[in-house]
Design a protein around this ligand. Structure first.
Ligand SMILES: [Zn+2]
Length: 125
């Protein structure tokens, strides 16, 4: 999949400050914005990468602004954790390593942040 990684992203840094989190990965269109985690560390984490790639696919599927709107609406309706786009991304993050319990646990530690954006934080990075 075609995507770009933006390290030390201002957007992700703002999200990180709002969330008081150590690290944030946030997808906007084809770009994965990172703050508090570098590209190499992020790419080594298959589960996290797969999670964010799923958000990129969602942007493509629904269109940029339409997806942001759908994501926001869904979050207001059911909350961030149960947001169907986050559920789908979490499943994507676990799928390819289903047989590995440790990996599954690691992928499961990607948490959707309480923001009306597809932003995620990772515990223990
Ligand atoms: Zn997510």
């Amino acid at each position: 999949m075609d995507y770009k990684i933006v390290e030390n992203s201002l957007f992700a840094r703002i999200a990180r400050m709002v969330l008081k989190s150590r690290n944030v990965a946030m997808v906007l269109g084809n770009n994965i914005h990172l703050s508090g985690v570098d590209r190499v560390t992020f790419l080594q984490d298959d589960g996290w990468l797969a999670h964010e790639l799923c958000h990129i696919r969602q942007f493509r599927e629904h269109g940029y602004f339409r997806f942001l709107w759908l994501y926001l609406k869904e979050s207001m309706r059911v909350g961030y954790y149960n947001n169907k786009y986050e559920v789908e991304a979490r499943e994507a993050g676990m799928k390819h390593k289903k047989h590995m319990l440790a990996a599954k646990k690691a992928a499961g530690s990607v948490k959707s942040a309480d923001l009306p954006l597809p932003a995620d934080v990772k515990k223990g990075v």
